[in-house]
Write a protein that binds this ligand. Sequence first.
Ligand code: PAF
Length: 285
Amino acid sequence: MSVPIVRTLAELRAIVAAWRREGAKIAVVPTMGALHEGHLSLVRAALAQADRVIVTLFVNPKQFNSAADLAAYPRTEDSDAAKLSPLGAHMLYAPNAEEIYPDGFATNVSVAGVSEGLCGAFRPGHFDGVATVVAKLFLQTQADLAFFGEKDFQQLHVVTRMAKDLDIPIAIVPCATVREADGLAMSSRNVRLSAQDRATAPKLVHALRAAAARLKSGEAAAPVLRDAIKEIEAAGFARVEYLELRADADLAPLARADSPARLLVAAWLGDVRLIDNVEVTAAPR
Ligand code: PAF
């Protein structure tokens, strides 16, 4: 059966109300489409934990920093729906723009702290755009559970903080990053890599893993990060925007991995910006 596509809030509300009357547990998987195996793994996880799964598809203009990036974002609704149907997702909510940002829309959801630094430092306003649209999607779908990939680790922190601070009754479920066989984290942006850049791209996670191994053995972060940046640039990346060691729990900067930590990176390959992160287990004391 093909996945039903819903475009209006009124229709969404009517369906959700009927599901609620049946006592169904509802999950949402927010996406901007161009679905790949990473998204599909979120949908499978949601189907395993909820009775009804809504996948949302909205290319959110408020979270793009440049008109060119927004225009270049892949829009593949037909093939997205075709990928969701065999999984058994219950709805593809692909709202018309005015259902999300009606005329006169004037509200901005801004999450301090976890939005600052990392991607937040290089993409001004990006996390306000994410927090605003995700708050709307949570309230519109009234889901009990929401599934997010750990690849966008800072985003995961931002939406978790936002839902907690605004008392939105939804549990955020983090899911592990899905990778290609050569280690590259799956991303809708990967299709924009040239053949040569696609061959270079996995070197980003290789450098992260090598740095994580040194950090786990107790080395201080500064020299490890310096070496990893050199390695990434020598591999052919044009520029490393940031490479940082942060606390897993609240993204506080760390000088060494003496508590559960993440190594997070953003780097440019050609005109494609890639982000990734790996867990760094605390060094034994
Ligand atoms: O991760 C994404 O695809 C987007 O940031 C999200 C969460 C769907 C909000 O537009």
